[in-house]
Design a protein around this ligand. Structure first.
Ligand SMILES: Cc1cc2nc3c(=O)[nH]c(=O)nc-3n(C[C@H](O)[C@H](O)[C@H](O)COP(=O)(O)O)c2cc1C
Length: 173
């Protein structure tokens, strides 16, 4: 798929077919994350791969009861490895770079998921303590994005974007 097409046509998918995803496809998605840029190339992120039905049900509850989470084929819980970045960059590493590393990896994964004909949704609304407890995520590792993945069963209308002028400040803010 052409990159411009992938960037413009990727949509958040919240309705999935009842179909499993092959292990090698999941690895291909994660590999796309690995090739994302990261501060100092520290790659300060990790991912918990969840396929178990009961765990997905509990994740749906931790995300304030979003049914589509339980109905997705795989849930990728992207975590920022705060401790890893802190060792090199101190507070800026733990509070900013590790989160940015994880976000870059997550976006790469979303594009790869789209390219593979799958659909995904980034879920940022969740109770962090519940997710960490449920998945055994230790101190210093922060879950930042819960990405649901599955074969799409909807074709959403693209949500509108702001005009380019609203983003740009020429020379000075
Ligand atoms: C940081 C972040 C948090 C998000 N959290 C949620 C969420 O909790 N639930 C949800 O349904 N979508 C969530 N989304 C998806 C956005 O709603 C979606 O990307 C936006 O509406 C634009 O739609 P599009 O992805 O189809 O272009 C999140 C996206 C990002 C980047």
């Amino acid at each position: 798929m052409d990159l411009c097409e992938a960037i413009l046509n990727r949509r958040s998918i919240r309705k999935y077919k009842d179909k499993e995803i092959d292990e090698n496809i999941i690895n291909k998605i994660i590999e796309a994350g690995i090739w994302a840029p990261s501060a100092g190339n520290l790659q300060s992120w990790e991912v918990v791969v969840v396929k178990d039905h009961l765990t997905k049900d509990k994740l749906a509850v931790a995300c304030y009861i979003r049914e589509f989470i339980a109905e997705s084929a795989v849930v990728l819980v992207i975590c920022a490895h705060k401790r890893n970045s802190e060792a090199t960059y101190g507070e800026r590493g733990s509070e900013l770079y590790s989160i940015q590393d994880a976000a870059c990896a997550a976006q790469n994964m979303l594009l790869m998921i789209h390219d593979l004909g799958l659909g995904a949704c980034w879920n940022g609304s969740f109770d962090e303590d519940s997710v960490s407890d449920l998945l055994g995520i230790p101190e210093g590792i922060r879950p930042v994005a819960i990405i649901t993945v599955g074969y799409p069963d909807e074709k959403p209308i693209p949500p509108p974007r702001k005009e380019i002028e609203e983003f740009i400040h020429n020379e000075k803010y």
